[in-house]
Every structure is written in structure tokens, then in C-alpha cells.
Design a protein around this ligand. Structure first.
Ligand code: ADP
Ligand code: MG
Length: 302
């Protein structure tokens, strides 16, 4: 019996995290992942896709900076929209006529506390001299161990605004690619209009919201490790297999999942299952098929 599966493809699993992956590398990574998706379709499953875009957005921002004297830099939400189109196009080619891409906006609250305290690092590391110039443009930059990096707000996703279009295309039989990069963040202005905003919605949290919105049975979060682990990065590291939501909440509270990487995946898996999703699986791109079959990854159930 086919199930409705939402698969979130990790940005770092599709590119090098430093943004160095060539277009050919990215195309091959998407083609590889779509091989697994095609197998799921052949088995009768219905698939919705979303994807990260961190390295890709970082590259677009760098181009903005380097070309600022020649062409006007575009806002961060425009960069996000561009990555939905480019990654979506790779999926369209790989799935030949079976897919559709929806440029997707995610509604956020302009009063979200994240705007007062931007913590999400984006783009590349730069030198202190360069930072002074960018701060003059109103950007927030922070010093990390490896150098200075721009930080932006990562507000909570409230609503996947284009979910009705996603649902219509799903009903028509398409594999829909939606909410790439967490969706293009927009706010409702005091005048009642929708406007883009300089922010980044976490793609894992947006994936969980999209999965709930389209009533997926299974959320697969595909990244570059086969499962979540306790004691990650230490000699005591242990893979987590089947786990209840309550058990995973306890491990989360004990600090096993790093913020900005595994943390949001675990939170997304928990939110999905706690709101009625059947199961969430955290695994690698290669593990997508086995994850849907229930044979691999960190499997979270109520
Ligand atoms: P993506 O681009 O798929 O979102 P991320 O780099 O954000 O990927 O997150 C995946 C990374 O999370 C892994 O490569 C791993 O280094 C890191 N990580 C942090 N904590 C853990 C953990 N407890 N278990 C497994 N991986 C972890
Ligand atoms: Mg990530």
C-alpha cells in the first residue's frame, strides 16, 4: 500500500558545505537522490520533496558582494527564491515529466523574537576589514572560531502559504518540490500586504510544517549521516535507531544534538510525530528507500 512521504534533502548532502561543489556535482547529487525517489514512485508511494539551500545561498550572496559596484545586490529572500528554481530544475530534469516545482513562501511573524537576536550564520567567512563595510549596510556580523560570518534571523515558520498549490499538484499526480530552503520568508505588513524579509527559515522545521499541512504519513529527513547519534563526535558515540518521541525529547534535553545541524532535524521529527505524523526518519540520502521501508535511520514514533 502506497504512503504519502515527504522527503527533505539536506543542502550539505547535495553540495560541499563550503559551497565549492560545481553545478555538475550538484546535478549528480540530485540525480542520485532522484533514483531513490523514482524507486519509491514505482513502489506506489506518493512523494513530496523539499530541500536545503545553505551552500547555494552562500554562493549567491558572495556574487552579490563581488558585483555590488556593477549590478544592484538583491535581497536575501530573492536569493532563496532563485535557489528554489535552480534546485527545482535539477529535480525536473531528473524525474522527466513526473515533477512540478512550486516557488513557495513561508509566513513568519515580524514580531518573532528571532529578529531581535539574529543567530543563523549564512554565507562565507570574511576578514574583519570587510565586515566593517557590510555592517555599514545594516547587516549583522559575528566573530566565530574560523572568522567573521553574517548572521540573520531564523524565525519560526507559521504557515506554508503556497500549500494549496502544492496540494492541487499532488492531487494531479505530480511529485511536488516545495518550500526549498525553508521557503521564501514573508511577513504580513501593517498595511496588510505580503512582503519578503531578510531572514532564513530553517528548512527542517519548514519541512515538518509542510509534512503536517499536506498530511504526509512519513517525514524523511535525508542528510549526510546515516542516523542521529548520542555522544556525537566522541568515542562514546552511539547511533539512535527506533525511538519514541518522549525518549527523543529526553535525549534532546540532555544536549545530544548540535544547534544549527542535527538539532533542528530532531526538533522537526518530534513536531511531526507529536502532531499526528505516523513516523519521522533521519537518515542519509542513500538511505531514503530503506527509510521508507522502515529498515534504516533514526526512526521516531509517538
Ligand atoms: P543538512 O545540510 O542536511 O541540513 P547539516 O550539516 O545541517 O546537514 O546537519 C547534519 C550534520 O549534523 C551531520 O553531518 C553531523 O556532522 C551533525 N551532527 C551534529 N550533531 C549530531 C548528532 N547528535 N548525530 C549525528 N549528526 C550530528
Ligand atoms: Mg542543516
Amino acid at each position: 500500500m502506497g504512503e504519502r512521504v515527504l522527503i527533505a534533502l539536506g543542502g550539505n548532502a547535495m553540495t560541499a558545505s563550503d559551497g565549492s561543489a560545481s553545478p555538475g556535482d550538484q546535478r549528480r547529487a540530485v540525480e542520485g537522490a532522484m533514483g531513490h525517489v523514482a524507486a519509491l514512485l514505482a513502489a506506489g508511494h506518493q512523494v513530496v520533496l523539499t530541500h536545503g539551500n545553505g551552500p547555494q545561498v552562500g554562493n549567491l550572496m558572495l556574487k552579490n558582494q563581488l558585483a555590488a559596484g556593477v549590478v544592484p545586490p538583491v535581497p536575501l529572500d530573492w536569493c532563496g527564491a532563485q535557489t528554489q528554481a535552480t534546485i527545482g530544475t535539477l529535480v525536473l530534469n531528473a524525474l522527466e515529466g513526473r515533477a512540478a516545482v512550486v516557488v513557495t513562501r513561508t509566513l513568519v511573524d515580524p514580531a518573532d523574537p528571532a529578529f531581535a537576536d539574529p543567530v543563523k550564520p549564512i554565507g562565507r567567512y570574511v576578514t574583519e576589514d570587510e565586515v566593517r563595510r557590510f555592517e555599514g549596510l545594516g547587516q549583522t556580523w559575528r566573530r566565530f572560531e574560523r572568522g567573521w560570518r553574517r548572521v540573520v534571523a531564523s524565525p519560526e515558520p507559521l504557515q506554508i502559504l503556497d500549500a494549496p498549490a502544492v496540494a492541487a499538484l499532488m492531487t494531479a499526480g505530480f511529485v511536488v518540490v516545495a518550500a526549498g530552503g525553508g521557503g521564501v520568508p514573508v511577513v504580513r505588513t501593517p498595511a496588510g500586504r505580503l512582503a519578503g524579509i531578510e531572514a532564513v527559515v530553517d528548512k527542517d522545521l519548514a519541512a515538518a510544517l509542510l509534512a503536517r499541512t499536506v498530511r504526509a504519513a512519513i517525514l524523511v529527513i535525508a542528510t549526510d549521516v546515516p542516523c542521529a547519534a548520542t555522544g556525537f563526535g566522541t568515542p562514546a558515540a552511539r547511533p539512535i535507531g527506533a525511538v519514541t518521541a518522549a525518549g527523543l525529547r529526553r535525549l534532546q534535553a540532555a544536549g545530544h544534538f548540535a544547534g544549527g545541524s542535527m538539532g533542528p532535524k530532531v526538533e522537526a521529527a518530534l513536531r511531526f510525530v507529536e502532531h499526528g505524523g505516523d513516523r519521522a526518519v533521519i537518515t542519509s540520502l542513500e538511505g531514503i528507500g530503506a527509510a521508507v521501508a522502515g529498515e534504516t535511520g533514526t526512526v521516531v514514533r509517538k
